[in-house]
Design a protein around this ligand. Structure first.
Ligand SMILES: Nc1ncnc2c1ncn2[C@@H]1O[C@H](COP(=O)(O)OP(=O)(O)OP(=O)(O)O)[C@@H](O)[C@H]1O
Ligand SMILES: [Mg+2]
Length: 362
């Protein structure tokens, strides 16, 4: 168990952690979320003693790790950290990276460190890369190696700080799969991640950080579906929707397509529905933009997991238009095949008065 009491961390210009008290039970799998700068990394770094707290105390079981007399290396053996930027040694092979700490810090014999390393490489699917150098691997592979290296110390607690946020979207899944397995082993995990569907799938607890501490602490269903406090509600809502602003007829449609793809992946939207979300957006833009005097559109996508549908809310200026328009047979056919218009309203007071609501089906 980790017990934190009145933890405070002050930097010269900011105090990200004002007064944090919390208990983390053995086997808890916790996702840490919150706006940038709210101290998520600082909290993990204080727990791992990479940062010295300004005040407050932290215990692991009955050892107070904030006590000056505490042997921090012993504590670190029980606790591993995985960083966004992998931090592998470039001049060592993959297997050497993994064998190093168990040999140097735990005094493991070479053969044993090698056997454990190879076993771990097999569990992360990378045994064939044992003799490669980190530079020869993709980002997703490097992160899986970094996780294997952490596991080689057999820690009870693993802290992961945005382990997938530096990765190309195509590589997020393979790293998440490794962490997903890890979450079933009974180890205590704390993961800073904004991948909501992933957090829901593996966590029993979510910390929402804001205003100098853990602002709301609850089960994923509470935090993601029924947040109790205002800031949590606002933040979670932003996680669930995708907002696209278009300000030109020559908008970057590939850039938008990739943001829609990332959004669909994050929410684990089924491929067919994701494809329709993409197509519906492109089709509406193709019909709408040429008709607008001022080409300004705001499009918001929102996925409903329960209904397995997604909605596009599309706001545009000027007078209300007939969309898709009876004369555009292609758009009509495409859109009718996968969407229905929920409503199309006009609020003259709004900067973008027209609101078209489309429900996208599988
Ligand atoms: N070593 C440092 N020296 C001074 N200020 C720091 C230091 N590390 C972090 N900070 C400041 O403390 C605050 C919290 O930083 P922290 O990295 O913990 O936030 P975070 O929640 O992890 O944000 P992000 O989501 O951007 O990673 C920020 O304002 C940051 O600028
Ligand atoms: Mg951070």
């Amino acid at each position: 168990m980790i017990r934190i009491e009145h933890l405070k961390k002050e930097y010269p210009n900011v105090t990200p952690l004002k007064d944090v008290s919390v208990e983390i039970r053995d086997g808890d799998v916790i996702s840490v979320i919150g706006p940038s700068g709210t101290g998520k990394s600082t909290l993990l770094r204080c727990i791992n003693q990479l940062e010295k707290p300004t005040s407050g105390r932290i215990w692991i079981d009955d050892i107070e790790i904030t006590d000056r007399r505490c042997d921090i290396n012993k504590v670190r053996q029980r606790m591993g950290m995985v960083f966004q930027a992998f931090n592998l040694f470039g001049h060592k092979t993959v297997i050497e990276n993994i064998m190093m700490a168990p040999m140097d810090l735990l005094g493991k014999p070479k053969q044993e460190a090698y056997d454990t390393g190879m076993r771990l490489l097999r569990t992360v699917g990378l045994a064939e890369k044992a003799l490669s150098y980190p530079d020869e691997l993709s980002g997703g592979q490097k992160q899986r190696i970094a996780i294997a290296r952490t596991l080689a110390m057999d820690p009870e607690v693993i802290l992961l700080d945005e382990p997938t946020s530096a990765l190309d979207p195509t590589m997020v899944g393979e790293v998440q799969a490794v962490i997903r397995d890890l979450a079933t082993t009974g180890k205590t995990l704390m993961i800073v991640t904004h991948e909501m569907a992933f957090a829901r799938a593996i966590c029993n607890r979510v910390f929402y950080m804001d205003e100098g501490g853990i602002y709301e602490d609850g089960a994923p269903e509470q935090i993601f579906d029924h947040p109790r406090r205002e800031n949590t509600r606002r933040f979670v809502r932003r996680l669930k929707v995708l907002e696209l602003d278009i300000e030109s007829r020559d908008y970057d449609f590939l850039g938008m397509a990739s943001r829609i793809e990332v959004y669909c992946n994050k929410n684990q939207i089924a491929p067919k529905l994701a494809n329709h979300v993409q197509l519906a957006f492109e089709e509406v833009m193709r019909v709408l933009l040429p008709q607008l005097e001022t080409p300004r559109v705001q499009a918001v996508a929102e996925y409903s997991e329960a209904a397995e549908t997604a909605e596009w809310l599309i706001r545009y200026p000027g007078k209300s238009l007939d969309i898709p328009g009876a004369e555009d047979q292609l758009a009509l056919t495409v859109l009718q095949g996968m969407t229905e218009i929920v409503d199309h309203t006009c609020d003259d007071g709004a900067p973008l008065p027209n609101l078209l609501r489309l429900r996208v089906r599988r």
